[in-house]
Ligand binder design. Structure first.
Ligand SMILES: C[S@@+](CC[C@H](N)C(=O)[O-])C[C@H]1O[C@@H](n2cnc3c(N)ncnc32)[C@H](O)[C@@H]1O
Length: 410
């Protein structure tokens, strides 16, 4: 069957990087940032389908989407949902672009994809006391999607802590195997609730399960069988270059950051240097009680990559080796490795590259979702389609502008 997809808020294209590996083909990508587009095109070439423009330009967005895509993905801006956004949530102009995506889906009418995938930060679950998550869920349900939601942390796959919330929408053209729907209220047995309650808490955290249970959707909730990965990801040392060609800081900058460490962090680092042990870690500078601290991670996992807005958001590499202590800014190539895209072409403009990767999705996380959710759902659409025919577009409601019937793009 067709595995064509549209990538909204495409950034540098790491959703595409993840999905193409299993046969998905991207037929439309949208982002407003020309610098992200440059990275995207550097990786995938300029095949003309990257629409550089505002997602709120609904008519243009809808007109540029050809055929009938099977999936639309939207990793919409997180700034208003994360700590950095001062809690504006969907009141903020960045994260509310989600509704630009909803409007574009609406405008597609009968050509609306049967599957959607949202991605955002953990703050999506707490923003406005859960009301923003509920608003997003209701908007998708209003388009006819039954929903599931779960969390995955990139640290399950790569040495980077990056917890994220995912919402999957499936309309009635898809019938994925092993998925359980929520039972109507009052039923004695609810396999949906049982699956959520018994799942690994890293995938179905209590806060999310409570939210889902509290929101009564007109279309209903589903639960895919999304397992937590069991493998152990490699340590952060595997992503960090230790050769002398790197841009290591001079002694004064190292001493300054050593002095900024918490006492117990400094003692631990000093002890490893004195013992000639090898240690590779990362540091974030954070303001604590008015003082800037250099906080060292000793757990073999890098902190969450962020865009380098302000000095504190860029991660620092710290290496103790053969009695020497070295430090430097983490490089764009290391950012790319920590996002699971080790060979992604860079522009050579450090700030542009760090912005691109700091905002991006982690490739193996999306691949996990693809394996357990997206590809099985897409296959179910193909199974419901008689041999030799493409799946029909859903009949467009009378007021849908773009409601002509078209075929899935393979
Ligand atoms: C979280 S990032 C998505 C990153 C992307 N998934 C990747 O892997 O690179 C959000 C993206 O939304 C884009 N964006 C923000 N406002 C937008 C708008 N009004 N229209 C289209 N894109 C927008 C930003 O430029 C940014 O690249």
């Amino acid at each position: 069957m067709g595995k064509a997809f549209c990538e909204f808020f495409a950034g540098i294209g790491l959703v595409r990087e993840a999905l193409e590996a299993s046969g998905w083909s991207c037929t439309y990508a949208n982002d407003v940032d020309p610098k992200k587009r440059q990275l995207y095109v550097g990786r995938f070439g300029d095949d003309g389908h990257f629409h550089l423009g505002d997602v709120w330009g609904t008519a243009e967005v809808a007109s540029r989407i050809s055929g009938l895509p099977a999936l639309a993905t939207a990793s919409f801006p997180c700034v208003d949902l994360s700590l950095a956004g001062r809690g504006r949530g969907f009141e903020g102009s960045h994260s509310s672009t989600f509704f630009g995506f909803v409007r574009a889906m609406e405008a597609l009418g009968g050509r609306r994809p049967p599957l959607v995938l949202l991605e955002n930060v953990a703050g999506f679950l707490t923003s406005a006391g859960g009301r923003d998550f509920e608003a997003a869920a209701r908007a998708l349900a209003g388009l006819g999607y039954r929903l599931d939601a779960f969390t995955l942390d990139a640290a399950m796959f790569v040495p980077q802590s990056r917890p994220r919330v995912f919402v999957v929408g499936v309309d009635d053209r898809a019938d994925p195997p092993g998925v359980v729907p929520r039972s109507p209220s009052g039923w004695m047995v609810d396999a949906w609730a049982e699956r959520l309650e018994t799942a690994d808490r890293r995938v179905r955290p209590k806060r999310l399960v409570e939210l889902m249970r509290s929101i009564d959707l007109p279309t209903g909730w589903l639960a895919f069988d999304v397992p937590a990965p069991t493998g152990r990801p490699p340590g952060v040392a595997t992503a960090i270059d230790r050769d002398d060609a790197q841009d290591w800081w001079d002694e004064a900058a190292v001493a300054k950051h050593r002095a900024m460490m918490h006492d117990r962090h400094r003692e631990r680092v000093d002890a490893m240097v004195a013992a000639g042990e090898t240690f590779v870690g990362t540091i974030y500078r954070r303001k604590r009680d008015g003082t800037t601290r250099a906080e060292v991670r000793f757990d073999g996992v890098a902190g969450c990559l962020r865009t380098p807005r302000g000095g504190s958001a860029r991660q620092i590499v710290v290496v103790a080796e053969a009695g020497r202590l070295r430090m430097r800014w983490m490089s764009p190539r290391e950012y790319a490795r920590l996002q699971g895209a080790p060979d992604f072409p860079l522009t050579g403009n450090t700030v542009q590259d760090l912005f691109g990767f700091g905002d991006a999705v982690c490739v193996p996380v999306v691949q996990w979702i693809d394996r357990h959710v997206l590809t099985p759902a897409a296959a179910s659409i193909a199974r419901r389609t008689p041999r030799g025919r493409q799946p029909d577009a859903r009949p467009a409601p009378a007021d849908d502008a773009g409601g002509e019937r078209e075929e899935h793009v393979a």
